[in-house]
Design a protein. Structure first.
Length: 441
Protein backbone atom coordinates (compact mmCIF):
# COMPACT_ATOMS: atom_id res chain seq x y z
CA UNK A 1 0.00 0.00 0.00
CA UNK A 2 1.50 3.39 -0.99
CA UNK A 3 1.18 6.67 0.92
CA UNK A 4 -1.73 7.87 -1.21
CA UNK A 5 -3.73 4.69 -0.53
CA UNK A 6 -2.91 4.90 3.19
CA UNK A 7 -4.16 8.49 3.40
CA UNK A 8 -7.25 7.66 1.36
CA UNK A 9 -8.13 4.74 3.64
CA UNK A 10 -7.80 6.97 6.69
CA UNK A 11 -10.09 9.57 5.13
CA UNK A 12 -12.63 6.86 4.29
CA UNK A 13 -12.59 5.68 7.90
CA UNK A 14 -13.47 9.21 8.98
CA UNK A 15 -16.18 9.73 6.38
CA UNK A 16 -17.62 6.21 6.24
CA UNK A 17 -21.20 5.75 7.48
CA UNK A 18 -21.65 4.77 11.11
CA UNK A 19 -22.74 1.26 10.10
CA UNK A 20 -19.45 0.74 8.27
CA UNK A 21 -17.34 2.19 11.09
CA UNK A 22 -19.04 -0.05 13.66
CA UNK A 23 -18.56 -3.24 11.66
CA UNK A 24 -17.18 -5.87 14.10
CA UNK A 25 -13.74 -7.33 13.46
CA UNK A 26 -13.92 -10.42 15.70
CA UNK A 27 -16.52 -13.11 16.27
CA UNK A 28 -16.88 -12.18 19.94
CA UNK A 29 -17.95 -8.67 18.85
CA UNK A 30 -20.54 -10.01 16.40
CA UNK A 31 -24.14 -9.36 17.46
CA UNK A 32 -27.02 -11.73 16.80
CA UNK A 33 -27.27 -15.04 14.90
CA UNK A 34 -26.62 -17.07 18.06
CA UNK A 35 -28.06 -20.13 16.30
CA UNK A 36 -24.92 -20.29 14.11
CA UNK A 37 -22.23 -18.26 15.93
CA UNK A 38 -22.99 -19.21 19.54
CA UNK A 39 -20.60 -21.40 21.50
CA UNK A 40 -20.61 -24.89 20.04
CA UNK A 41 -22.69 -23.84 17.03
CA UNK A 42 -21.70 -24.31 13.38
CA UNK A 43 -19.49 -21.24 12.79
CA UNK A 44 -17.86 -21.54 16.20
CA UNK A 45 -17.06 -25.18 15.46
CA UNK A 46 -15.45 -24.63 12.06
CA UNK A 47 -13.30 -21.80 13.42
CA UNK A 48 -11.80 -24.28 15.88
CA UNK A 49 -10.65 -26.54 13.04
CA UNK A 50 -8.30 -26.11 10.11
CA UNK A 51 -11.13 -27.08 7.76
CA UNK A 52 -13.13 -24.31 6.13
CA UNK A 53 -15.92 -25.32 3.74
CA UNK A 54 -17.45 -23.15 1.05
CA UNK A 55 -20.38 -21.30 2.56
CA UNK A 56 -23.45 -19.45 1.38
CA UNK A 57 -24.88 -16.89 3.78
CA UNK A 58 -28.57 -16.40 3.12
CA UNK A 59 -30.81 -13.81 4.76
CA UNK A 60 -32.31 -10.32 4.55
CA UNK A 61 -30.20 -7.15 4.20
CA UNK A 62 -28.37 -5.55 7.10
CA UNK A 63 -27.99 -8.59 9.36
CA UNK A 64 -24.24 -9.22 9.02
CA UNK A 65 -23.70 -11.62 6.12
CA UNK A 66 -20.64 -9.81 4.73
CA UNK A 67 -19.25 -9.12 8.19
CA UNK A 68 -19.53 -12.76 9.24
CA UNK A 69 -17.82 -13.92 6.05
CA UNK A 70 -14.91 -11.51 6.67
CA UNK A 71 -14.57 -12.61 10.29
CA UNK A 72 -14.55 -16.29 9.35
CA UNK A 73 -12.03 -15.77 6.54
CA UNK A 74 -9.62 -13.67 8.60
CA UNK A 75 -9.84 -16.00 11.59
CA UNK A 76 -8.81 -18.86 9.32
CA UNK A 77 -5.63 -17.01 8.20
CA UNK A 78 -6.51 -17.35 4.54
CA UNK A 79 -6.34 -14.67 1.86
CA UNK A 80 -9.62 -12.80 1.53
CA UNK A 81 -10.93 -11.28 -1.71
CA UNK A 82 -14.36 -9.67 -1.96
CA UNK A 83 -16.27 -8.85 -5.13
CA UNK A 84 -19.90 -8.08 -5.90
CA UNK A 85 -21.99 -9.80 -8.54
CA UNK A 86 -23.67 -6.44 -9.14
CA UNK A 87 -20.50 -4.67 -10.34
CA UNK A 88 -18.29 -7.54 -11.56
CA UNK A 89 -18.35 -9.38 -14.87
CA UNK A 90 -17.01 -12.76 -15.97
CA UNK A 91 -13.67 -11.27 -17.08
CA UNK A 92 -13.03 -9.77 -13.65
CA UNK A 93 -14.19 -12.96 -11.97
CA UNK A 94 -11.78 -15.07 -14.02
CA UNK A 95 -8.91 -12.73 -13.09
CA UNK A 96 -9.68 -13.16 -9.39
CA UNK A 97 -9.93 -16.93 -9.78
CA UNK A 98 -6.62 -17.09 -11.66
CA UNK A 99 -4.90 -15.03 -8.95
CA UNK A 100 -6.31 -17.37 -6.31
CA UNK A 101 -5.04 -20.39 -8.23
CA UNK A 102 -1.58 -18.82 -8.55
CA UNK A 103 -1.56 -17.93 -4.85
CA UNK A 104 -2.35 -21.52 -3.94
CA UNK A 105 0.29 -22.93 -6.29
CA UNK A 106 3.02 -20.37 -5.59
CA UNK A 107 2.57 -19.57 -1.89
CA UNK A 108 0.48 -22.52 -0.74
CA UNK A 109 -2.13 -20.09 0.62
CA UNK A 110 -5.82 -20.74 0.12
CA UNK A 111 -8.10 -17.89 -0.92
CA UNK A 112 -11.54 -17.15 0.42
CA UNK A 113 -13.55 -15.50 -2.34
CA UNK A 114 -16.48 -13.57 -0.96
CA UNK A 115 -19.13 -13.01 -3.64
CA UNK A 116 -21.83 -10.60 -2.56
CA UNK A 117 -25.28 -10.80 -4.19
CA UNK A 118 -24.35 -14.13 -5.79
CA UNK A 119 -27.92 -14.52 -7.07
CA UNK A 120 -27.28 -11.62 -9.46
CA UNK A 121 -24.94 -13.85 -11.49
CA UNK A 122 -26.76 -15.80 -14.19
CA UNK A 123 -26.29 -19.53 -14.77
CA UNK A 124 -23.30 -19.21 -17.10
CA UNK A 125 -21.56 -16.80 -14.72
CA UNK A 126 -22.14 -19.12 -11.78
CA UNK A 127 -20.81 -22.04 -13.85
CA UNK A 128 -17.41 -20.30 -13.99
CA UNK A 129 -17.07 -20.84 -10.23
CA UNK A 130 -17.93 -24.52 -10.27
CA UNK A 131 -14.57 -26.14 -11.20
CA UNK A 132 -12.65 -23.91 -8.79
CA UNK A 133 -14.94 -24.81 -5.89
CA UNK A 134 -15.11 -28.45 -6.92
CA UNK A 135 -11.31 -28.87 -7.04
CA UNK A 136 -10.65 -26.82 -3.90
CA UNK A 137 -8.80 -24.02 -5.70
CA UNK A 138 -10.91 -21.47 -3.80
CA UNK A 139 -13.15 -21.41 -0.78
CA UNK A 140 -16.30 -19.64 -1.91
CA UNK A 141 -18.35 -17.57 0.48
CA UNK A 142 -21.46 -16.21 -1.14
CA UNK A 143 -24.11 -13.91 0.25
CA UNK A 144 -27.65 -13.57 -1.00
CA UNK A 145 -30.91 -12.02 0.09
CA UNK A 146 -32.84 -14.39 -2.19
CA UNK A 147 -33.72 -18.03 -1.66
CA UNK A 148 -30.62 -19.87 -2.95
CA UNK A 149 -32.66 -22.92 -3.87
CA UNK A 150 -34.31 -20.78 -6.55
CA UNK A 151 -31.41 -18.57 -7.64
CA UNK A 152 -28.21 -20.60 -7.31
CA UNK A 153 -27.34 -23.43 -9.69
CA UNK A 154 -28.02 -26.80 -8.11
CA UNK A 155 -24.54 -28.09 -9.05
CA UNK A 156 -22.87 -25.16 -7.29
CA UNK A 157 -25.33 -25.16 -4.40
CA UNK A 158 -24.61 -28.83 -3.67
CA UNK A 159 -20.99 -27.85 -2.95
CA UNK A 160 -21.91 -25.07 -0.53
CA UNK A 161 -23.05 -25.18 3.07
CA UNK A 162 -26.08 -22.90 3.31
CA UNK A 163 -26.02 -20.79 6.48
CA UNK A 164 -29.37 -19.09 6.97
CA UNK A 165 -29.22 -15.87 8.95
CA UNK A 166 -32.28 -14.27 10.51
CA UNK A 167 -33.48 -10.69 11.02
CA UNK A 168 -32.01 -9.32 14.24
CA UNK A 169 -34.32 -9.33 17.23
CA UNK A 170 -34.94 -6.14 19.20
CA UNK A 171 -32.34 -7.07 21.82
CA UNK A 172 -29.62 -7.45 19.18
CA UNK A 173 -30.56 -4.20 17.41
CA UNK A 174 -30.57 -2.40 20.75
CA UNK A 175 -27.10 -3.74 21.55
CA UNK A 176 -25.76 -2.51 18.20
CA UNK A 177 -27.12 0.97 18.90
CA UNK A 178 -25.81 1.07 22.47
CA UNK A 179 -22.34 0.06 21.27
CA UNK A 180 -22.37 2.90 18.75
CA UNK A 181 -23.44 5.32 21.48
CA UNK A 182 -20.62 4.12 23.80
CA UNK A 183 -17.75 3.81 21.30
CA UNK A 184 -15.56 6.93 21.53
CA UNK A 185 -13.45 6.11 18.47
CA UNK A 186 -15.86 4.78 15.88
CA UNK A 187 -19.20 5.88 17.32
CA UNK A 188 -20.75 8.73 19.31
CA UNK A 189 -19.17 7.97 22.69
CA UNK A 190 -17.73 11.49 22.97
CA UNK A 191 -21.19 13.04 22.65
CA UNK A 192 -23.78 13.44 25.42
CA UNK A 193 -26.79 11.81 23.76
CA UNK A 194 -30.08 11.27 25.56
CA UNK A 195 -33.42 9.91 24.41
CA UNK A 196 -36.96 10.88 25.25
CA UNK A 197 -38.93 8.05 26.86
CA UNK A 198 -39.88 5.57 24.14
CA UNK A 199 -37.74 7.20 21.42
CA UNK A 200 -34.95 4.62 21.62
CA UNK A 201 -37.50 1.79 21.42
CA UNK A 202 -39.11 3.47 18.40
CA UNK A 203 -35.74 3.60 16.69
CA UNK A 204 -35.28 -0.14 17.27
CA UNK A 205 -38.76 -0.93 15.97
CA UNK A 206 -38.30 1.11 12.80
CA UNK A 207 -35.24 -0.95 11.86
CA UNK A 208 -37.36 -4.09 11.32
CA UNK A 209 -34.46 -6.34 12.32
CA UNK A 210 -31.98 -4.60 10.00
CA UNK A 211 -28.85 -3.61 11.92
CA UNK A 212 -27.49 -1.40 9.16
CA UNK A 213 -30.78 0.51 8.92
CA UNK A 214 -30.80 0.98 12.69
CA UNK A 215 -27.30 2.47 12.71
CA UNK A 216 -28.06 4.64 9.69
CA UNK A 217 -31.17 5.99 11.40
CA UNK A 218 -29.26 6.64 14.62
CA UNK A 219 -26.62 8.55 12.66
CA UNK A 220 -29.24 10.75 11.00
CA UNK A 221 -30.95 11.40 14.34
CA UNK A 222 -27.71 12.44 16.04
CA UNK A 223 -26.35 14.57 13.21
CA UNK A 224 -29.65 16.31 12.45
CA UNK A 225 -30.62 17.14 16.04
CA UNK A 226 -29.28 20.45 17.34
CA UNK A 227 -27.52 20.22 20.73
CA UNK A 228 -28.96 22.08 23.68
CA UNK A 229 -27.01 24.92 25.32
CA UNK A 230 -25.26 22.45 27.61
CA UNK A 231 -24.19 20.37 24.58
CA UNK A 232 -26.64 17.52 25.16
CA UNK A 233 -28.23 16.02 22.07
CA UNK A 234 -31.77 15.14 23.17
CA UNK A 235 -33.56 12.89 20.68
CA UNK A 236 -37.36 12.73 20.79
CA UNK A 237 -39.77 10.24 19.26
CA UNK A 238 -40.61 12.92 16.70
CA UNK A 239 -36.92 13.24 15.80
CA UNK A 240 -36.76 9.50 15.17
CA UNK A 241 -39.90 9.55 13.04
CA UNK A 242 -38.79 12.55 10.99
CA UNK A 243 -35.30 11.12 10.48
CA UNK A 244 -36.80 8.20 8.60
CA UNK A 245 -38.29 8.97 5.19
CA UNK A 246 -40.83 6.18 5.53
CA UNK A 247 -41.57 3.34 7.89
CA UNK A 248 -40.54 0.74 5.40
CA UNK A 249 -41.49 -2.91 5.38
CA UNK A 250 -38.95 -5.49 4.31
CA UNK A 251 -40.61 -6.43 1.06
CA UNK A 252 -39.24 -7.33 -2.36
CA UNK A 253 -41.79 -8.05 -5.05
CA UNK A 254 -39.43 -10.62 -6.57
CA UNK A 255 -38.14 -12.07 -3.32
CA UNK A 256 -39.10 -14.21 -0.36
CA UNK A 257 -41.16 -11.57 1.44
CA UNK A 258 -43.40 -11.29 -1.61
CA UNK A 259 -44.17 -15.01 -1.52
CA UNK A 260 -44.35 -15.17 2.28
CA UNK A 261 -46.85 -12.32 2.52
CA UNK A 262 -49.18 -13.47 -0.24
CA UNK A 263 -49.03 -16.95 1.28
CA UNK A 264 -49.99 -15.56 4.70
CA UNK A 265 -52.80 -13.56 3.07
CA UNK A 266 -54.33 -16.57 1.31
CA UNK A 267 -53.92 -18.80 4.35
CA UNK A 268 -55.66 -16.17 6.49
CA UNK A 269 -58.60 -16.21 4.06
CA UNK A 270 -58.60 -20.03 4.13
CA UNK A 271 -58.44 -19.93 7.93
CA UNK A 272 -61.46 -17.56 8.14
CA UNK A 273 -59.53 -14.73 9.83
CA UNK A 274 -60.68 -11.47 8.19
CA UNK A 275 -58.45 -9.34 10.44
CA UNK A 276 -55.26 -11.15 9.44
CA UNK A 277 -56.35 -11.09 5.79
CA UNK A 278 -56.83 -7.31 5.88
CA UNK A 279 -53.48 -6.82 7.64
CA UNK A 280 -51.53 -8.76 5.00
CA UNK A 281 -53.51 -7.01 2.27
CA UNK A 282 -52.51 -3.65 3.76
CA UNK A 283 -48.87 -4.74 4.03
CA UNK A 284 -48.77 -5.77 0.38
CA UNK A 285 -50.43 -2.58 -0.84
CA UNK A 286 -48.21 -0.37 1.31
CA UNK A 287 -45.14 -2.20 -0.01
CA UNK A 288 -46.07 -1.59 -3.64
CA UNK A 289 -47.49 -4.98 -4.55
CA UNK A 290 -49.41 -5.05 -7.84
CA UNK A 291 -53.12 -4.81 -6.82
CA UNK A 292 -54.29 -6.92 -9.77
CA UNK A 293 -51.96 -9.72 -8.66
CA UNK A 294 -53.70 -9.74 -5.27
CA UNK A 295 -57.11 -9.79 -6.97
CA UNK A 296 -56.09 -12.73 -9.17
CA UNK A 297 -54.95 -14.69 -6.14
CA UNK A 298 -58.32 -14.05 -4.48
CA UNK A 299 -60.09 -15.46 -7.54
CA UNK A 300 -58.06 -18.64 -7.16
CA UNK A 301 -58.84 -18.82 -3.44
CA UNK A 302 -62.54 -18.32 -4.10
CA UNK A 303 -62.62 -21.56 -6.09
CA UNK A 304 -59.96 -23.53 -4.21
CA UNK A 305 -60.91 -22.73 -0.62
CA UNK A 306 -64.59 -21.80 -0.79
CA UNK A 307 -65.98 -23.37 -3.93
CA UNK A 308 -69.62 -24.40 -3.80
CA UNK A 309 -69.89 -23.75 -0.08
CA UNK A 310 -70.58 -20.20 -1.29
CA UNK A 311 -70.91 -20.11 -5.10
CA UNK A 312 -71.11 -16.30 -4.94
CA UNK A 313 -67.51 -16.08 -3.69
CA UNK A 314 -66.01 -16.43 -7.18
CA UNK A 315 -68.43 -13.76 -8.44
CA UNK A 316 -67.29 -11.44 -5.66
CA UNK A 317 -63.62 -12.05 -6.47
CA UNK A 318 -64.10 -11.52 -10.21
CA UNK A 319 -66.15 -8.38 -9.55
CA UNK A 320 -63.37 -7.03 -7.33
CA UNK A 321 -60.82 -7.66 -10.09
CA UNK A 322 -62.98 -5.91 -12.70
CA UNK A 323 -63.86 -3.01 -10.39
CA UNK A 324 -60.19 -2.52 -9.57
CA UNK A 325 -59.42 -2.20 -13.27
CA UNK A 326 -62.12 0.45 -13.66
CA UNK A 327 -61.50 2.63 -10.60
CA UNK A 328 -57.80 1.97 -9.98
CA UNK A 329 -55.93 2.89 -6.82
CA UNK A 330 -56.12 4.16 -4.13
CA UNK A 331 -59.90 3.60 -4.06
CA UNK A 332 -59.37 0.05 -5.28
CA UNK A 333 -58.01 -0.84 -1.84
CA UNK A 334 -61.59 -0.69 -0.52
CA UNK A 335 -62.81 -3.13 -3.15
CA UNK A 336 -59.93 -5.49 -2.38
CA UNK A 337 -60.67 -5.26 1.34
CA UNK A 338 -64.36 -5.99 0.73
CA UNK A 339 -63.52 -9.06 -1.32
CA UNK A 340 -60.89 -10.26 1.17
CA UNK A 341 -63.22 -9.97 4.16
CA UNK A 342 -66.06 -11.63 2.23
CA UNK A 343 -63.89 -14.58 1.27
CA UNK A 344 -62.44 -14.86 4.78
CA UNK A 345 -65.90 -15.01 6.36
CA UNK A 346 -67.48 -17.31 3.76
CA UNK A 347 -68.03 -21.01 4.56
CA UNK A 348 -65.11 -23.09 3.32
CA UNK A 349 -64.87 -26.13 1.06
CA UNK A 350 -62.01 -27.50 -1.01
CA UNK A 351 -64.10 -30.34 -2.47
CA UNK A 352 -64.06 -28.96 -6.05
CA UNK A 353 -60.28 -28.59 -5.81
CA UNK A 354 -59.94 -32.15 -4.55
CA UNK A 355 -62.34 -33.48 -7.18
CA UNK A 356 -60.40 -32.13 -10.17
CA UNK A 357 -57.09 -33.32 -8.71
CA UNK A 358 -58.42 -36.85 -8.23
CA UNK A 359 -59.86 -36.91 -11.74
CA UNK A 360 -56.59 -35.63 -13.23
CA UNK A 361 -54.69 -38.38 -11.42
CA UNK A 362 -56.93 -41.00 -13.05
CA UNK A 363 -56.67 -39.40 -16.49
CA UNK A 364 -52.87 -39.37 -16.23
CA UNK A 365 -52.95 -43.05 -15.32
CA UNK A 366 -54.82 -43.75 -18.56
CA UNK A 367 -58.10 -44.60 -16.88
CA UNK A 368 -61.43 -44.09 -18.66
CA UNK A 369 -60.84 -44.30 -22.40
CA UNK A 370 -64.18 -45.79 -23.45
CA UNK A 371 -66.92 -43.16 -23.47
CA UNK A 372 -70.41 -44.75 -23.50
CA UNK A 373 -71.66 -44.76 -27.14
CA UNK A 374 -74.86 -42.88 -26.29
CA UNK A 375 -72.82 -39.95 -24.89
CA UNK A 376 -70.70 -39.47 -27.97
CA UNK A 377 -70.99 -36.61 -30.47
CA UNK A 378 -73.50 -36.67 -33.35
CA UNK A 379 -70.77 -37.39 -35.90
CA UNK A 380 -71.05 -41.05 -34.83
CA UNK A 381 -73.51 -43.34 -36.69
CA UNK A 382 -77.10 -42.96 -35.50
CA UNK A 383 -77.22 -46.38 -33.88
CA UNK A 384 -74.36 -45.33 -31.60
CA UNK A 385 -76.72 -42.87 -29.89
CA UNK A 386 -79.45 -45.37 -29.14
CA UNK A 387 -79.94 -45.83 -25.46
CA UNK A 388 -79.38 -42.22 -24.43
CA UNK A 389 -82.11 -40.98 -22.11
CA UNK A 390 -82.74 -37.23 -22.21
CA UNK A 391 -83.05 -36.10 -18.55
CA UNK A 392 -85.57 -33.35 -19.28
CA UNK A 393 -88.03 -35.96 -20.49
CA UNK A 394 -88.23 -37.41 -17.00
CA UNK A 395 -89.84 -36.17 -13.76
CA UNK A 396 -87.54 -33.85 -11.84
CA UNK A 397 -85.21 -33.54 -14.85
CA UNK A 398 -83.27 -36.60 -13.79
CA UNK A 399 -82.92 -40.18 -14.98
CA UNK A 400 -80.44 -42.79 -13.84
CA UNK A 401 -77.88 -43.74 -16.46
CA UNK A 402 -74.13 -44.25 -16.69
CA UNK A 403 -72.00 -41.24 -17.62
CA UNK A 404 -68.48 -42.29 -16.61
CA UNK A 405 -66.40 -44.25 -19.16
CA UNK A 406 -67.22 -47.94 -19.47
CA UNK A 407 -63.70 -49.14 -18.69
CA UNK A 408 -63.56 -47.70 -15.17
CA UNK A 409 -65.33 -48.32 -11.91
CA UNK A 410 -68.02 -45.98 -10.67
CA UNK A 411 -66.03 -43.30 -8.84
CA UNK A 412 -66.96 -40.40 -6.59
CA UNK A 413 -64.70 -37.46 -7.39
CA UNK A 414 -66.88 -34.69 -6.00
CA UNK A 415 -68.00 -35.30 -2.45
CA UNK A 416 -69.60 -32.08 -1.20
CA UNK A 417 -69.19 -31.06 2.41
CA UNK A 418 -72.02 -30.18 4.76
CA UNK A 419 -70.98 -26.53 4.91
CA UNK A 420 -72.81 -23.61 3.35
CA UNK A 421 -74.49 -24.19 0.01
CA UNK A 422 -72.81 -27.59 -0.31
CA UNK A 423 -75.18 -28.87 2.36
CA UNK A 424 -78.01 -28.26 -0.12
CA UNK A 425 -75.99 -29.90 -2.90
CA UNK A 426 -75.34 -32.88 -0.63
CA UNK A 427 -79.04 -33.36 0.11
CA UNK A 428 -79.89 -33.15 -3.59
CA UNK A 429 -77.24 -35.67 -4.63
CA UNK A 430 -78.23 -38.07 -1.84
CA UNK A 431 -81.81 -37.88 -3.09
CA UNK A 432 -80.65 -38.78 -6.61
CA UNK A 433 -78.50 -41.64 -5.30
CA UNK A 434 -81.50 -43.02 -3.43
CA UNK A 435 -83.56 -42.89 -6.64
CA UNK A 436 -80.79 -44.78 -8.44
CA UNK A 437 -80.79 -47.47 -5.77
CA UNK A 438 -84.59 -47.78 -5.92
CA UNK A 439 -84.54 -48.11 -9.72
CA UNK A 440 -81.74 -50.69 -9.66
CA UNK A 441 -83.22 -52.78 -6.82
Amino acid sequence: MDLFEFQMNNRLKDTAPLAERMRPRKLEDYVGQDHVVGKGKYIDRILHTRYLPSLLFYGPPGIGKTTLAEIVAKASNRAFVAISAVTSNVKELREVLTEAEDRLGGQGQETVLFLDEIHRFNKSQQDVLLPYVEKGKIILMGATTENPYFYVNSALLSRLQVVQLKPLDDEAVGELLRRALRDQVRGFGKEDIQFEAGAFENLIAMAHGDGRSALNLLEVCVLSTSPKENGTIFITAKDVSESSLKRSHRYDRDGNEHYDTISAFIKSIRGSDPDAAVFYLAKMLDSGEEPEYIARRMMISASEDIGNADPYAITMAVSAFQTLRVIGMPEGRITLAQAATYLATAPKSNRSYMAINRALDDVKRGVGKVIPPYLRDQHQPLEEHEGYRYPHDYPGGYVSQRYLPLDMDETKYYEPSNRGHEEIINRYLNKLYQEDESENS
